[in-house]
Write a protein that binds this ligand. Structure first.
Ligand SMILES: [Zn+2]
Length: 512
């Protein structure tokens, strides 16, 4: 007789973390390949991506290819992309508000499309891989994360990522750390980008997750205030500080005033805007007061639509190696912003981006609206020796793709971000803001261009005003109606340094 009265012993299993073996990054090899091999790699990736992903799974691009009479197999070289129309921010905005077209830019695989477009080998893998392979496809293509564009004048556009893309974001983060030469495993990185569904914060976060580096997020000025960020910096003793130039500069100035100890800092990485040698020098001075000498200050370039960012390797303040791209993950073309014609190596023009991988929301031949002065260089970098194409760090607004940045003041088309670049690089300027309004707030009146400034202690306002006015006229051909001087404390409030997600550098109060 068997006894059933005794309960069977339960196998107690404790939870164990699953260590997913990560594929070794191809980056160290790819980043030093000769140009011909890079081009061959790019060609192969482009053919694969267009025929197996973009055309079969993107409703928008399927329609676009068909309308242009281009077969996916016609795209054999990067030069063949010129047969396709561009994608603009307007296209994305229009698709977003149309319920029928909302998911037109998202890669959505269907059994029919897979059957028709995937190569036999890939189909067999799916066929004989059982349920696990089917689940794998669903997992790899189902969006589970979003970031948004940061529009000042237009609705934010959402960009979807799938688990596949988040893996890729980690890989790209690792590449950025490599380009910025953060090779020390003991590096301590203070991430001061705002907590937001924006690329910058998450790109840095994923860099840390993937590489196992210590990254402490403060959430930026709005979340913790300047004092909170500074306290965190003093406690953590970061070797690397990251953030938007306006906030980082403000924080360093505060730190210098309080003689805070930032002596461990070796590298400052700035996102989102071009940084002049003048601004780098001002930051370096403040860092020196805090005990940090010979700090490298580098820029980054990234945009939501690419779902990736690119960094600069270390160089002297007055030089810029340019943004190092990933030729296996995307293609940049440089075009004439007026005619749309593709330009040659080293020529100034608007950057156009096409990814060579990635699921979720995908844009192809996307017009960035960024004009790269000096275009793209394909020579190996003289600072780090990497052979990948590098984008000139001198970026201007090429078209009205990006919100308010390009606007008419007193009838002249002016690149606002360029005014910012000029003013922030002036040694005695601590804070600044551009205000555009109508005289007497009368909508029928003329435009009024006011520059608000705070100067460092001891600076002569009369001499400064004359100099700054001339620099703005030289840069934009428009002279401010007024230059107003405020205390730095007043300026910080006007800008919303601690209250706004994004500093209010440009206020356009003119009626729309
Ligand atoms: Zn380099």
């Amino acid at each position: 007789m068997t006894s059933c009265s005794r309960a069977l012993p339960i196998a107690h299993r404790t939870w164990q973390p699953v260590r997913v073996p990560q594929q070794a990054s191809p980056w160290p090899r790819i980043s030093h390949l000769p140009r011909a091999e890079l081009e061959a790699l790019q060609r192969a990736e482009l053919r694969r991506y267009v025929t197996q992903e973009l055309y079969p799974f993107s409703a928008h691009y399927r329609k676009m290819f068909d309308a242009a009479g281009v077969k996916p197999t016609d795209i054999r070289e990067v030069a063949d992309l010129a047969r396709l129309p561009f994608t603009t921010k307007k296209d994305l905005l229009e698709a977003q508000i149309d319920p029928e077209r909302k998911r037109d830019f998202v890669l959505i695989p269907s059994p029919t499309a897979i059957k028709r477009h995937w190569p036999l080998r890939r189909k067999l893998g799916l066929l004989f891989g059982g349920q696990a392979a089917k689940d794998g496809v669903a997992f790899d293509y189902t969006p589970n994360f979003l970031t948004f564009t940061t529009g000042r004048s237009s609705e934010p556009v959402g960009f979807a990522y799938t688990p596949h893309d988040l893996e890729r974001m980690g890989e790209i983060g690792g590449r950025m750390l490599d380009v910025h030469a953060i090779h020390d495993r003991q590096a301590r990185i203070l991430n001061m980008f705002p907590f937001a569904p924006h690329l910058a914060f998450w790109q840095v976060t994923f860099a840390g997750f993937r590489t196992g580096r210590l990254i402490l997020p403060t959430g930026g000025g709005k979340l913790m205030g300047t004092a909170g960020n500074l306290k965190m910096a003093e406690r953590m003793k970061p070797t690397v500080m990251l953030g938007v130039p306006g906030f980082v500069y403000h924080l360093l100035r505060e730190a210098a005033e309080r003689r805070a100890d930032l002596s461990a800092v070796k590298l400052v990485i700035l996102g989102a805007e071009k940084v002049t040698p003048g601004l780098k020098l001002k930051m370096a001075e403040a860092l020196a007061t805090c005990g940090a000498r010979d700090v490298v200050i580098s820029g980054t370039y990234g945009f939501t639509e690419a779902r990736m960012a690119f960094g600069e390797c270390p160089a002297a303040y007055e030089e810029s190696p340019g943004y190092h791209t990933y030729p296996d993950l995307g293609v940049f073309e440089v075009i004439d912003p007026v005619s749309g014609k593709v330009l040659g190596e080293g020529e100034t023009g608007e950057l156009v981006f096409t990814p060579l991988g990635g699921h979720g929301t995908v844009v192809c031949r996307y017009r960035t609206g960024d004009l790269a002065v000096g275009g793209i260089s394909y020579e190996p970098c003289k600072w780090c020796g990497r052979s990948v194409p590098r984008i000139s760090n001198e970026l201007r607004r090429a078209s009205d793709q990006k919100d308010l940045d390009l606007t008419k003041i007193k009838g002249t088309l002016v690149d606002l971000s360029h005014i910012g670049t000029v003013v922030s690089g002036i040694a005695e300027v601590e804070e600044w803001q551009v205000v555009l309004k109508k005289i007497h707030d009368d909508p029928h009146e003329l435009d009024e261009f006011v520059l608000r400034l705070s100067l460092e202690a001891g600076a002569d306002p009369v001499a400064s005003e004359k100099k700054i006015r001339q620099m703005i006229v030289d840069a934009t051909e428009v002279s401010p109606n007024r230059i107003e001087f405020h205390s730095t404390k007043e300026m910080l409030e006007l800008i919303g340094m601690e209250t706004e997600m994004k500093e209010k550098r440009f206020l356009d109060l003119r009626p729309k």
